[in-house]
Design a protein around this ligand. Structure first.
Ligand SMILES: Cc1cc2nc3c(=O)[nH]c(=O)nc-3n(C[C@H](O)[C@H](O)[C@H](O)COP(=O)(O)OP(=O)(O)OC[C@H]3O[C@@H](n4cnc5c(N)ncnc54)[C@H](O)[C@@H]3O)c2cc1C
Length: 334
């Protein structure tokens, strides 16, 4: 028998708000803090892995338990209209929204975010530094009961057997998520991960993966991006064959011309796919791929510089890489 309630719940939006309570706050290193959340419906958050991005929504000061928030009304939760509802709010009633990487735990119903903590933090960083069990936020995340996948994974290597992951501390959770997800598949390619973090004490545990070569690059006071860009240059010099593509050799479908994004005016976000990753299966990368794929994320100017090394200086075809400015120094996300 179908009741009215059943009928109402036959379709779930692919991406929707979940109420989430802080269950645990664990400092992982000098600049990483893991916050674990539980909540009445968090067992329905789709455990997609990889670099799944979600939205963290912070409570308004006068509504810390979300008792009056329109973002948890049926329209948002059951129909996924949270973004339109949020945009229609008066500016002073709009909750802070930031983008983070979803980390799952072995326990159904618990999810984590690994926050970078730093001086001069904005609202989300401050939340991470002051959070206490019981504090409540909203996470906008994929619902595993939805018939379609709502997006938010930008790791799309296609048939590549040789993957380069490059990022700063904000991309570290995503890179560790990608490594952990690949380690759990039959994929037998190799991974090189180059991770620039604030200091030596920020080297955190990476998932076990036999095919992983991981290099932590602590800044220890050096300028942001310097070590990362140098490490990418060294990698590219040492692996020239990764940068020769069949597109170029055959003359078919030449690589798009190199252009640069002005990271102070535009979002640097260049990816090769959407949907769930199709690791090792035939995808658009199947034609012309020499088996190499690069995924690069972090501070936008550093990502721009890494992109320059890979595309302009070493001739990588941009259809074999993803470049994502996760944040821009000196600018708030919204
Ligand atoms: C897809 C995606 C996934 C992300 N995943 C994570 C994640 O898992 N963990 C994580 O910590 N971050 C992650 N980030 C980055 C995070 O969204 C930004 O750092 C965000 O700006 C933090 O919000 P805030 O409110 O603390 O600071 P904002 O209000 O946005 O910014 C305030 C000031 O702090 C500066 N700032 C922001 N972040 C940093 C930083 N890390 N170091 C130094 N200065 C900074 C800004 O430039 C600005 O000047 C991700 C971003 C994207 C797009």
């Amino acid at each position: 028998m179908t009741t009215t309630t059943d009928a109402k719940h036959t379709a779930y939006p692919p991406f929707r708000p979940f109420l989430a309570h802080v269950a645990d706050v664990t400092p992982l290193s000098a600049h990483f803090t893991r916050i674990t959340f539980d909540g009445p419906e968090l067992e329905h958050v789709r455990r997609t892995g990889y670099d799944q991005r979600i939205k963290l929504v912070l409570p308004l000061e006068d509504d810390p338990r979300w008792e009056r928030s329109p973002l948890l009304a049926a329209d948002c939760v059951e129909r996924g209209a949270w973004w339109d509802v949020w945009r229609a709010l008066p500016a002073d009633r709009r909750n802070v929204i930031r983008t983070y990487t979803l980390r799952t735990t072995p326990d159904d119903g618990l999810v984590c975010i690994e926050f970078v903590t730093h001086e001069g933090a904005g609202p989300a960083g401050t939340f991470a530094m002051t959070a206490r069990p019981g504090d409540t936020v909203v996470l906008v995340a994929p619902d595993d009961r939805a018939e379609t996948y709502g997006g938010g994974i930008d790791f799309h290597p296609g048939v590549a057997g040789n993957v380069l992951l490059v990022g700063d501390e904000t991309a570290t959770p995503a890179i560790l998520g990608i490594i952990g997800s690949l380690a759990g598949t039959p994929w037998d390619g190799s991974i090189t991960a180059l991770l620039e973090v604030p200091e030596s004490g920020d080297v955190i545990a990476a998932p076990e993966c036999e095919r992983l070569d991981i290099k932590w690059l602590p800044r220890n006071g050096s300028a942001r991006g310097t070590r990362l860009v140098r490490a990418v240059e060294a990698y590219a010099d040492a692996h020239p064959r990764s940068f020769v593509t069949r597109w170029r050799r055959t003359g078919d479908s030449p690589a798009p011309a190199y252009t640069e994004t002005d990271v102070d005016r535009e979002l640097l976000w260049e990816t090769t796919g959407d949907g769930l990753p199709s690791i090792g299966s035939t995808s658009r990368l199947a034609t012309g791929s020499d088996g190499f794929y690069a995924w690069v994320a972090g501070e936008a100017a550093v990502v721009r510089d890494v992109r320059r090394v890979l595309l302009r200086d070493h001739g990588l075809d941009r259809r074999r890489a993803a470049f994502m400015g996760y944040w821009r120094a000196g600018k708030s996300e919204i």
